[in-house]
Each structure stands twice: as C-alpha cells, then as structure tokens.
Design a protein around this ligand. Structure first.
Ligand SMILES: CC(C)(COP(=O)(O)OP(=O)(O)OC[C@H]1O[C@@H](n2cnc3c(N)ncnc32)[C@H](O)[C@@H]1OP(=O)(O)O)[C@@H](O)C(=O)NCCC(=O)NCCS
Length: 253
C-alpha cells in the first residue's frame, strides 16, 4: 500500500472511489465527489492523499481550511475520506488519517474537525467537544482533535464547497427551469426541496405565489439540466411521480 499526494491523473479515480464509498450511505447526500471537485477547483484542498494498491487508487482523504467564530486560526476539516468498499477493513482508512494528520501538523495546523462516528475516529484523537459546534450537524458526530492544549470555543464553518445542493434540490431546480421554459412555473410550494431552495435564496417567491430562480443564478443552474436528464433517465421511480412520463411509458402519451 502506498500513501501519496494526488496527481492530476488521479482525479477521475478519486471521484469514483468517493462515489462508491458513499453510495447508499444513509446520512449522506452523495455530494462528496462534487465537494472534492469544487475544493480542488478553488485551490482549497490543503491536503489530498490517495492510497494506491497494485497501481490502483483505492482510497482518498481530503483536508481543507475551516474558520471558527472565536477567531482561532489554522484549523482544518478532515473529509471526505473514502475507501473502496471491497478494500475496507484493511487499515487503509487508518493509514490515510494518520498520514494526513502528520502532514497537517507539519504545516503548523492547530487542530482538525470532522463529521463522523466517534467509535471510528477517537482512535486518532478525535473527541466530542461541546464548545465547538457546526450548525446543522448533530453534536455527537461533530468531532475535533486539537494539536495544542486549548480547544477553540465557537461555531465552525467549512469551505463553501461543502454547501452542495442535494440531488432532490437539483431536481427541483431543473423542474423550475423546464417548467418556466415550457408551460410557466408550476411547483408545489409545500415540497421540502422547494422550501429548502427558498430558504437558501436560490429560488424567490413571486407576488402571485409562484417561484423563480434568482436571475443571477440562472446561468449556473442551467448546467444541472444535462445532469438531471441523465438522473431522470435512470431513476424509474421518478416516472411514477410524473404523469406525463408515466403516460408515455404506459403507451398513453
Ligand atoms: C470509514 C472508512 C474510511 C474506514 O476505512 P477502512 O480502511 O475500512 O478502515 P480501517 O481498516 O482503517 O479500520 C480500522 C478499524 O476501524 C473499524 N471501522 C471501520 N469503519 C468503521 C466505522 N464506520 N465505525 C466504527 N469502526 C469502524 C474497523 O473495523 C477496524 O477495527 P479494528 O481495529 O477493531 O480491526 C471506510 O469504511 C469508508 O470509506 N466508509 C464510507 C465513507 C465514510 O463513511 N467516510 C467517513 C465519513 S467522512
């Protein structure tokens, strides 16, 4: 097993390993490959290590800077960390975490936070500290490892790459774009994805109770359409929710 920094030729394999590791993960939205991609694009991947076995990338770990509301500098976030399912249980995760933490310390980092289970990460020095919180994350899975004596006291914010939209939110955006182009906007305002997008100020409510995408964001979300079309083509359950598609599928269209 070799642990080394990522190379440009690893990018695709890292995305595949990450996707496979988080597939079906009950607490995740499968946004991890996009998080890594956006961190890299923004030159915000402080550390990106891969584990290579027989010339194949089978594991990956990312670290990026975080900010803490009390002003403590030089803290980092661990994650995502992924090992291909068929390679799990072979100490690859252990090697990635220990190598990553050593590298962080050599860069004068003062500590590291992560979202994960205590039963796995406490072996690497991570604990639950009640004074360090991350909004929206249950306290029992928000863990920190201080490399210095003092543990900061405040709210942690990750790089904006971590604020990815979930698939259902992207799907709802696609609905709004398509509906707007074809037949005006007809959305269910009680749909949780629509509610969430309104809260994130990606959609705005118009006086007639309909919604639209904030004009400055239309170009950005247009690019989701291709991705969504592919998603819809493979998600057959979706067909049953869409009367037009269902009619076509059952030969009534
Ligand atoms: C979590 C993950 C990176 C661990 O990698 P791994 O190479 O399988 O882990 P290791 O072989 O180093 O595990 C070492 C020990 O931790 C245990 N362990 C592994 N995953 C665990 C988990 N999720 N919870 C508790 N213990 C775990 C192993 O059983 C092993 O125990 P042992 O010391 O008694 O033998 C890997 O399982 C994975 O990719 N999971 C899916 C993605 C994920 O959940 N990432 C973490 C959140 S960012």
């Amino acid at each position: 097993m070799i642990i080394r920094s990522e190379k440009p030729s690893d990018i695709e394999a890292i995305a595949e390993v990450t996707k496979a590791a988080f597939e079906g993960h009950p607490l995740r939205q499968q946004t991890e490959p996009a998080i890594i991609y956006d961190l890299r694009t923004d030159a915000a991947l402080t550390i990106s290590l891969v584990c290579e076995v027989d010339g194949r990338v089978v594991g990956h770990i990312a670290f990026s800077s975080v900010t803490i509301s009390d002003g403590t500098p030089n803290w980092h976030g661990l994650g995502p960390i992924s090992v291909l399912p068929e390679y799990q249980g072979n100490r690859i995760g252990t090697a990635l975490v220990t190598n990553g933490l050593s590298l962080l310390k050599s860069m004068s980092s003062k500590g590291c936070v992560l979202v994960g289970t205590l039963s796995y990460f406490n072996r690497f020095g991570f604990w639950n500290h009640s004074q360090l919180i991350h909004e929206g994350t249950p306290q029992e899975v928000f863990l920190a490892n201080s490399f210095v004596e003092k543990v900061p006291n405040g709210t942690v914010a990750y790089h904006q790459a971590f604020n990815q939209l979930s698939m259902i939110e992207k799907d709802a955006i696609a609905d709004v774009i398509i509906d707007y182009a074809i037949a005006g906007i007809k959305v269910d305002l009680a749909d949780p994805a629509i509610e969430s997008l309104l809260e994130k100020e990606i959609l705005t409510e118009m006086p007639d109770g309909k919604v639209m995408i904030r004009p400055s964001l239309i170009a950005k979300y247009d690019s989701y359409l291709a991705q969504i079309s592919q998603f819809r083509a493979t998600e057959m359950s979706r067909v049953h929710k869409n009367p037009i598609l269902a009619a076509i599928k059952h030969g009534n269209g």
